[in-house]
Design a protein around this ligand. Structure first.
Ligand code: IPD
Ligand code: CA
Ligand code: CA
Length: 271
């Protein structure tokens, strides 16, 4: 079994395990603030993934949202970047619209990405350089769009924040319309399939975008920080992912003119 086949079978099994817990009572705790939730299922799923990875590949590193590998700042060999449940608020409140996200890197180079929409049993996946798939179906390259004909993904909460409203209001205003789904990884695969023309957010962790970005690259999409710099897997970033034309337009005409606000965000991420 190749590493790709192993990872694909593993994420499907982790999702099946989550579906089987849906009737059980959830244990919910808060993390950094009262709306930042984690459940026993987030923790169990990360532990399940880490244990299985280490049983088969003892030398692989794992960076996981719920506590694994946060000290890493570079890595040689194979690194898995995992979010056991992306969209925990949806998991708790809606019982759907959440995903498992996995990005695998070899010597810091993308190897494969997986985003599993658990309740819809839909797996988006890609091996770098070999195209992107949903299930067994190959996905076409995404099409360029103008902002005025684009539906964009952005969380409306950002528009309530001073400064960020200056950054995002013109973009939302010029777009055809805006949407928020509550799972960054699912929003990225919505860009992959063209349901969204772009997804942007002022702070995202590597486990939120690592898997999705590898898939997006395979359909010709672009993902960088707000100033056009590459996204790394060791720290949070501002993140904009889109079709190439819209990505360039957003960076050059909407983000770069607000460089000061963005540099403040980047300084805050590094603290
Ligand atoms: C969150 C979701 C959400 C995004 C947040 C993430 P979590 O991940 O992806 O859509 O807006 O920035 O932290 O906490 O549910 O894994
Ligand atoms: Ca997440
Ligand atoms: Ca999570």
């Amino acid at each position: 079994m190749t590493l790709y086949q192993f990872a694909k079978a593993l994420i499907l099994e982790a999702g099946k395990n989550i579906r089987e817990t849906m009737d059980e009572t959830l244990h919910i705790e808060t993390k950094s603030n009262p709306n930042d939730l984690v459940t026993n299922v987030d923790k169990q799923t990360e532990q399940f993934l880490v244990d299985r990875i280490h049983q088969s590949y003892p030398d692989h590193e794992v960076i996981g949202e719920e506590g694994h590998g946060h000290q890493l700042s570079h890595s040689q060999g194979t690194t898995w970047v995992i979010d056991p449940i992306d969209g925990t608020l949806n998991f708790v409140h809606q019982r759907e619209n959440f995903s498992i996200s996995i990005g695998i890197f070899q010597d810091d180079t993308p190897y494969a990405g997986f985003v599993y929409d658990v309740m819809n049993d839909t797996l988006y996946h890609a091996k770098a350089g070999e195209g992107a798939y949903v299930g067994d179906q190959s996905l076409p390259q995404i099409e360029d769009t103008d902002l005025k004909k684009s539906i964009i993904g952005i969380n409306p909460n950002w528009l309530t924040k001073p400064k960020l409203v200056d950054l995002f209001h013109p973009i939302v205003n010029q777009s055809r319309s805006a949407r928020a789904y509550g799972s960054a990884a699912l929003e990225i695969v919505h860009v992959v399939t063209g349901r969204l023309a772009a997804y942007m957010t002022p702070r995202l962790q590597p486990w939120d975008y690592a898997g999705g970005l590898i898939i997006l690259n395979e359909v010709g999409g672009k993902g960088t920080d707000f100033l056009g710099e590459a996204l790394t897997i060791y720290e949070p970033h501002t993140v904009v992912l889109a079709n190439p034309q819209l990505h360039e337009d957003l960076i050059n005409h909407y983000f770069k003119p607000h460089q000061e606000i963005i540099e403040e965000l980047h300084a805050h991420h590094r603290r």
